[in-house]
Ligand binder design. Structure first.
Ligand code: ADP
Ligand code: MG
Length: 684
């Protein structure tokens, strides 16, 4: 790949025309990164055909139609006797049938009315609803007749993102692929060309088949993705053998681990002890450790990791604990610091927030070897960060980092040990293929005293009942998460659903807080911190799915998940893990809509029956492929972009053997490794 193309793929999305820092941050929430490449790897979930019709009575309710309409009159909405009424725009089609365009959100009223002036024809596209008259709520497109061709006849629908409409996705895609056309001319590697051709086709699908797991394009991309991954595994396995004797460097100098056990306010679970033993055995070997600890949210991975860090401290060497976000880094630090203080271990935190003198002092302390345990974000592997003797690298939420990021931190030490932590339960049948380079420990036991989370499903019609029960619980001191999913692919802001729910709930719970992806991160952190604070009055947090994995609010005992049928099992399991983190009885209420499918009900059933992430993951793999979920491909257990485990089993074998047979990856395979090495992007 030419440098020019490489640089383009690495460009921060905020520099793409029409994006800017605000949208780039929103993209980062959905894409898990903010490079042009991250966008390219986020492909549409399905297509929507927008057939043109001239006669509304020839279409069925629920159909997406594109239709020329003559605007007859405006009926502005508002609040009447406490009831909100939508704005209605009454139109006629060419046959003279009345069609009502309806807007619920009155914030942009003038804007809509201007777009639909009385007496003029407009081409309008949206979902036809049954009402007393044919109705289109919040049309997806409104165009003047001479611009009618701006409405795509086949529209690629991207997995939703907060504050990102389908139009935004389409226009960013157009920008990116236009520039790509330039950058790719002169590229000589046929692999590179073939790759981007396939990628272009899935971003501009011509039929539904193009996006199916069996399409030639998806199969190619999935194979390349697996090849990149398997090659990385082969390389890291080869590197690992190539190590001199480290035992002389790792002489035990102090006794800290025993003391550590005595200061803990609890006893380790059997699974934690077992895992710690496995880690300690690795640390005593010549070959550096490469161990993955898998355990559900709340299983106590942090303490296990800390035990490893303390063991490392006994030899005088340092440990770096890498977390994917600022909040999580601070949270780890807050937990670890008091324990380290008691043991006389110098512990510190380093994130992008640290600037100037503060940062300089922290770096000096790391370089001198005074700081023994440092917790932080990407800041930990910035170029100017030096360690005296980095002996252990711990990566939390390891799937959020790329192999190269992990390795660039390891490169700051002399063959340090690696411990990766993951709350994503990969079924046993899969973990060998996926984590072939790592040894795996599993923590499948919750700390003693944890009660199982009582999980129930509830139809949306019974929400009033739920609210009155919540009121009793909250008055008794409970804290509640209330999660609303995004409204996908609508012209209106995605916020409507969560905001109007928030407003309703606020009437009953006046101190309720709200977080969503369109708030800036600082504001979001502030609200979350207030919710986490035991002394605050904020007992309910209404949120979209931006509430972070791993966020620890032990007093939060209830989580309500609205439109639960729209989430995959992986997402639901992760969301549920926000509660049940203390010794109090916790509850998860899965609220589902009227249109839930049989498949959807089955999914919810699985959750009411078990809390074991491994069982849920196995079930999920068996039930895959309904296509009704939000962001299906990306929100699973395994973070592949194109690979669908249940449909691409053969590709795993092919890619693994190709990778094994390779003596040295050629330029093309190295390009693939760059493309598919997932990381959290370039912002610190
Ligand atoms: P994870 O990272 O696996 O989600 P944490 O390490 O954050 O879990 O642990 C969740 C909570 O359980 C923390 O408050 C931690 O102090 C506590 N904890 C960990 N191990 C035990 C244990 N053996 N007994 C009781 N509480 C524990
Ligand atoms: Mg954790």
């Amino acid at each position: 790949m030419k440098k020019e193309l490489f640089d383009f793929l690495n460009t921060d999305l905020q520099f793409v025309k029409g994006v800017g820092p605000v949208l780039a941050a929103r993209f980062e929430d959905v894409l898990g990164g903010r490079r042009v490449l991250d966008f390219m790897l986020h492909i549409p979930a399905y297509i929507r055909a927008r057939g043109i019709t001239e006669n509304v009575s020839s279409s069925e309710p629920g159909e997406i139609i594109t239709i020329p309409l003559l605007v007859k009159s405006h009926k502005p909405g508002g609040t009447f006797r406490g009831h909100r009424r939508p704005t209605q725009i009454i139109c006629n089609d060419k046959m003279g049938n009345a069609v009502v365009i309806q807007f619920f959100n009155v914030n942009f009223l003038d804007y809509w009315l201007k777009k639909l002036p009385i007496g003029q024809w407009r081409m309008i596209s949206g979902k036809l609803e049954r009402g007393t008259r044919p109705t289109i709520n919040h049309p997806d497109f409104i165009e003047e007749m001479q611009n009618a061709d701006k409405i795509p006849s086949i529209q690629a629908i991207y997995p939703a993102g907060e504050g990102l409409t389908q139009k935004t996705f389409a226009s960013v895609r157009d920008q990116i692929f236009n520039v790509l056309t330039d950058k790719i001319t002169g590229e000589t590697d046929s692999g590179v060309k073939e790759f981007f051709d396939a990628l272009r086709r899935v971003h501009y699908p011509e039929c539904a088949e193009d996006l199916s797991a069996n399409s030639t394009y998806i199969v190619k991309l999935a194979y390349w993705e697996l090849l990149a991954h398997q090659t990385a595994i082969v390389i890291s396995r080869r590197n690992r053998k190539d190590v001199r004797n480290r035992r002389s460097v790792r002489q035990k100098k102090y006794d800290l681990v025993d003391k550590f056990y005595t200061i803990l306010p609890f006893k380790m679970t059997g699974a934690q002890t077992q895992t710690i033993n496995e880690i300690f055995a690795d640390l005593a070997k010549n070959v550096p450790m490469m161990r993955l600890v898998q355990g559900d949210v709340g299983s106590g991975k942090t303490i296990v990791a800390l035990a490893a860090a303390i063991k490392m401290t006994e030899t005088g060497a340092q440990t770096a604990l890498l977390a994917p976000t600022d909040t999580l880094a601070q949270q780890h630090y807050a937990k670890i610091k008091p324990l380290c203080d008691k043991l006389g271990i110098v512990c510190d935190v380093l994130t992008g927030r640290d600037k100037g003198t503060v940062r300089r002092e922290k770096l000096v302390s790391l370089r001198s070897g005074r700081t023994k345990i440092v917790v932080g974000t990407h800041a930990l592997f910035s170029e100017d960060v030096e360690y005296k003797d980095l002996g252990l690298v711990i990566v939390d939420e390891q799937h959020r980092f790329g192999v190269s990021q992990r390795e660039s931190l390891r490169a700051k030490g002399n063959n340090p040990d690696l411990l990766a932590l993951s709350a994503t339960p990969i079924p046993r049948t899969l973990s060998m293929t996926i984590y072939g380079d790592m040894d795996v420990s599993i923590i499948n036991e919750k700390p003693a005293g944890r009660l199982p989370i009582k999980t129930t499903k509830l139809p949306i019609g019974r929400i009033d009942e739920l609210v009155s029960r919540l009121k009793i619980q909250i008055d008794a001191g409970a804290k509640v998460f209330w999660v609303c999913p995004l409204v996908e692919e609508s012209e209106v802001s995605d916020l409507t659903a969560v905001q109007s729910r928030y407003e309703e709930l606020k009437k009953i719970f006046p101190h309720a807080g709200l977080v969503h992806g369109q708030m800036d991160k600082k504001q979001r952190d502030k609200v979350m911190a207030e919710f986490a604070d035991d002394k605050s009055d904020m007992k309910m947090l209404v949120a979209t799915t931006v509430i972070e994995v791993g966020i620890d609010v032990p007093r939060a005992t209830i989580i309500v998940i609205e439109n639960a049928e729209r989430f995959g099992l992986a997402a639901l399991h992760q969301l549920r893990g926000r509660v049940g983190r203390g010794n109090l009885q916790s509850y998860c209420i899965l609220v589902y809509g009227n249109n839930i499918s049989e498949e959807g009900l089955k999914r919810l059933e699985v959750l009411t029956e078990t809390e074991d992430g491994f069982v849920i993951a196995e079930q999920d793999l068996m039930m895959r492929g309904t296509g009704e979920l939000l962001g299906t491909r990306q929100s699973g257990w395994i973070n592949y972009h194109f690979v669908d485990y249940s449909r691409h089993r053969d590709l795993f074998k092919l890619a693994a053997s190709a990778a094994r047979d390779m003596s040295e990856p050629d330029a093309w395979v190295r390009d693939l490794m760059f493309v598919f090495d997932r990381g959290v992007g370039i912002s610190a």
